[in-house]
Design a protein around this ligand. Structure first.
Ligand SMILES: [Fe+2]
Length: 349
């Protein structure tokens, strides 16, 4: 339940929260990480601890390609983590400073998010060729999100993921006047799912126009939802006029907390005026999930045994199966094979 998957890309920070020439500290998968953006816009990530005396390097300064530690001025190259200079050395010292190295992480910026790849520490460092490409939303090219909201959840990543993919909590947790007109009506939902590379997807279907905001996209709005390990949910909406996408990425801070990154993309040229409203609604929506999680923690403290029922919790069961299979493939150094089969899921909500 609590294992944090490695050999995966995780969103570390939203692009908008890291300006050029800035460095920030983050705890991700329990590790101290420094993430920076150089003057030329390039992003990088390294272990946020000076190998000399342990002070976080993020208290230091970034100058061109180098980080200078604020404690003793040791200078490190941000591209390879190698030490370049130790100011206290004299010509009588023969210390090879380049042998001192800070761990660096593969770091890439894609569609408005900065991602970091966590190598499996049990094995010798993977070659760069072993690293898969960063999850990308198809058909959205280099489009940046209109808005990105981040929120911390005080729970293990598993509870955040199964909470966000859970189709039965909507009517109770996300009850908003602007979403649906009229009183709440439960209906039987019947949806077709199939496996994809490291997850599963809700096969694209045309939505009944019950939800008001979708009409902005035009007629015949189709929806497709893809979930991929370690915690990436992509919801793509396509109408005859415009498309939109909701990307939700969950990154463990440690075993007890995680960070949710929610980005909304759209191709609607005039929608920029709605950014403040959309930000507010997205925050409200995430806060509803967060508040339920906070209450749930009060019960989880007693370590109760929990239930996953069919079909409302089948996606949660799939998540655990995928995770287990992914871990098995990592441990045995064999290729990951998706264990899921196509299935129609039915629930009332
Ligand atoms: Fe929710």
């Amino acid at each position: 339940m609590t294992t944090l998957l490695r050999n995966c890309w995780y969103v570390a920070v939203s692009s908008k929260d890291l300006k050029p020439k800035k460095i920030i500290h983050k705890k991700i998968l329990g590790e101290p990480i420094l993430i920076g953006r150089k003057k030329n816009g390039q992003v990088f990530a390294m272990r946020d601890i000076c190998p000399h005396r342990g002070i976080p390097l993020s208290y230091g300064s970034l100058d061109q390609d180098d980080i200078t530690c604020r404690y003793h001025g040791w200078k490190f190259n941000t591209n390879n983590g190698k030490c370049k200079e130790i100011p206290s050395l004299t010509k009588y010292d023969n210390l090879d400073v380049e042998r001192i190295q800070v761990l660096t992480y593969p770091c890439e910026e894609v569609q408005g998010n900065i991602w970091i790849y966590f190598i499996n520490t049990n094995k010798s460092q993977s070659k760069s060729t072993d690293i898969p490409s960063v999850p990308t939303i198809p058909d959205f090219g280099k489009l940046s999100p209109g808005i990105t909201e981040t929120m911390q959840f005080s729970c293990n990543i598993d509870h955040a993921i199964i909470g966000l993919m859970d189709p039965a909590h909507g009517p109770y947790i996300h009850d908003a006047w602007w979403w649906r007109s009229g009183p709440r009506k439960f209906r039987v939902k019947e949806k077709h799912y199939e496996p994809v590379s490291q997850g599963f997807r809700l096969v694209s279907y045309n939505m009944p126009v019950s939800a008001r905001p979708y009409k902005i996209l035009g007629k015949d709005v189709s929806i497709e939802i893809i979930f991929q390990l370690p915690g990436v949910r992509t919801e793509i909406l396509k109408g005859d006029r415009y498309s939109a996408c909701l990307l939700t990425c969950i990154t463990p801070i440690d075993e007890y907390s995680c960070e949710i990154f929610q980005s909304v993309y759209w191709t609607i040229p005039w929608a920029a005026v709605f950014k403040p409203l959309l930000s507010l609604l997205t925050r409200q929506f995430l806060a509803q999930d967060r508040d339920a999680i906070i209450q749930q923690q009060e019960g989880l403290m007693y370590d109760p045994s929990l239930m996953l029922i069919d079909d409302a919790d089948t996606q949660a069961k799939w998540y655990f199966r995928l995770k287990q299979e992914y871990q098995r493939s990592q441990e045995n150094n064999i290729p990951f094979v998706n264990p899921l089969d196509p299935k129609i899921l039915r629930w009332r909500s």
